[in-house]
Write a protein that binds this ligand. Structure first.
Ligand SMILES: [Zn+2]
Length: 540
């Protein structure tokens, strides 16, 4: 009963207050169909599998996706820097790609228990809730130096990013688009989106799998489905037979006319019949609309006909993109990202971003070093580390050691870094090969490049202290923060977990309880993306 009430409230809200967002527009209809890709089906294990078995048994089908971001031609700046949406700091795109996949998958899982509404009033075939087994698995995250792609026209500039180099995964291009929220050519292998809205992502993916808008037409209309209803409204406002044929959809509309008259409440004079869209049964919840009702995973739906079309296209024409079908648990992926201006042979420090890895519960990081005889030998190897892979900050210099997640690598050497991720039933790895330059930062506490940390804001007071001590620090951009406190005499440090974690840009103040420490000299360590900063204090 509670669910029904929620639904009714939502529909009421949409009809009374809802207005279409003029930017909420998918431009796929204006694009030519993408040419089919010739596929060697014998080379891919999931080609030629039967659609009915997968659909009827609600099997999950994981599709590999790449997410592409674009920055200035010189490699600097925010993503989509010339646009007005999709702006991100470069360091944040890897987590964003992981989030995009996570929330789109959640949406597809959620809509699996939902039924297409309003089939009866509009004369469509009535069907029950349709399971949606489509899932994404993040493959690669790219940051391209290409300011032409920041802000593009509908259908523009996409070819090089969906060419041969990226054809082994489905491609999501995160840009800003003039006059549209997104588009995806029918039958194509990419979408272009200006937001990470989960319905938009699934909607555009639907176009790539031959789904059409369920906007107009009749119940067996231009989307080739009999179970997607018709939504064009006609209105005889004055009861005199003069029908307004709006050719408009019955969602995201106001219940008032231009002069403010309530069209849902007949008054015997200016409103004889209520507007057809006042009836909540007219609201469309289909993913392939722009309806506000389709935004929510708890309401949106695809129909059996639509899922059959999509799965058939996927298994017939895009089976090379499938990573797994009905795996025992969610497949994992590993990814090592870095900013486009990272120059391994020149930089004294840089960050490897590991957040584009997906579904892992453990990870490990290893480095192999190239030997004079041309072979690689183990150099550093972490144990299995619990949790998600996050960041790895590398410093180039002699005397290799690991301290608080920072890796120090000798200069003028070639390495293969391997990230391995796993969960209970799957594992993946990703490798990057690079050669360090002549840089030597030496064994010092401060780096030439403090990253986002504001060293001048870093304070601990009172000092000396006979009670708690106040820690202040600031970061210029979001960062993974770990705060340790320890005694210099025992050289043991405790992670203060409740104030550690992923933090947004800003200034932070914490009162640290020192009662667990012996009197004497101690150290506070603030680790910013794996790079440590130290503050000495005395406990009295
Ligand atoms: Zn569309």
């Amino acid at each position: 009963m509670k669910h029904l009430l929620t639904l009714l409230l939502l529909f009421t809200t949409i009809i009374v207050f809802g207005q279409a967002d003029p930017g909420d527009y998918c431009a796929s209809d204006s694009l030519a169909t993408s040419p089919p890709v010739s596929l060697d089906k014998s080379a891919h294990p999931f080609c030629n599998l039967g659609v009915p078995d997968i659909v009827n048994n609600c099997k999950e089908v994981y599709v590999k996706v790449n997410v592409h971001f674009f920055v200035n031609d010189d490699g600097t700046g925010l993503t989509a820097g010339n646009g007005a949406s999709n702006q991100l700091e470069q360091r944040d795109v890897f987590q964003k790609a992981d989030d995009l996949v996570y929330f789109a998958n959640q949406y597809m899982e959620d809509i699996s228990s939902n039924k297409q509404l309003n089939q009866i009033p509009w004369g469509a075939d009535t069907t029950s809730a349709q399971c949606v087994g489509l899932r994404f698995l993040l493959d690669e995250v790219f940051i391209h130096r290409d300011s032409n792609m920041d802000l593009i026209n509908i259908g523009g500039h996409n070819d090089q990013y969906v060419g041969i180099n990226y054809r082994d995964a489905y491609n999501i291009l995160a840009v800003d688009i003039r006059r549209a929220s997104g588009y995806a050519p029918r039958q194509g292998r990419y979408m272009v989106v200006r937001s990470f809205d989960q319905q938009l992502i699934v909607h555009e993916f639907g176009h790539s799998l031959l789904l059409e808008h369920t906007h107009f037409g009749n119940s067996n209309g231009d989307d080739n489905c009999f179970d997607t209803p018709w939504y064009k409204w006609e209105y005889d406002r004055y009861g005199d037979g003069s029908v307004i044929d709006s050719k408009k959809t019955c969602w995201n509309v106001s219940n008032r006319d231009a002069s403010g008259t309530d069209l849902c409440t007949p008054n015997g004079t200016t409103v004889i019949n209520p507007h057809p869209c006042c009836d909540s049964s007219t609201v469309n919840n289909n993913v392939m609309t722009y309806s506000a009702a389709a935004q929510s995973g708890s309401i949106a739906a695809l129909t059996p006909c639509q899922v059959d079309i999509a799965m058939t296209e996927l298994l017939k024409e895009k089976c090379d993109l499938i990573a797994a079908i009905e795996p025992i648990c969610k497949p994992v992926s590993a990814h090592i990202g870095y900013k486009p201006n990272t120059d391994f042979s020149q930089d004294c420090s840089w960050t490897f971003y590991l957040r584009g890895s997906t579904n892992e519960t453990e990870h490990r990081i290893s480095y192999q070093k190239l030997q004079p005889d041309g072979t690689y030998s183990p150099f550093l190897d972490s144990d299995w580390l619990p949790g998600r892979a996050r960041e790895e900050r590398v410093v180039v210099g002699d005397d290799p050691y690991i301290k608080h997640g920072t890796v120090r690598l000798p200069s003028n050497s070639t390495y293969i870094m391997t990230l391995t991720t796993r969960n209970n039933c799957d594992t993946d790895h990703y490798r990057v090969e690079f050669t360090t330059g002549a840089c030597d930062v030496g064994d010092q506490d401060d780096s030439p490049n403090p990253g986002p940390f504001h060293t001048e804001e870093f304070q601990a007071y009172p000092n000396p202290s006979n009670g708690p001590i106040t820690l202040e620090y600031g970061i210029a951009s979001s960062a993974e923060i770990e705060i340790y406190v320890g005694s210099n005499a025992t050289n043991s440090f405790e992670l203060i977990a409740d104030i550690s974690g992923y933090k947004l840009a800003g200034s932070y103040h914490h009162q640290l309880d020192l009662s667990f420490l012996p009197n004497g000299a101690g150290t506070i360590v603030v680790v910013v993306d794996g790079y440590p900063f130290y503050k000495q204090f005395v406990k009295q």
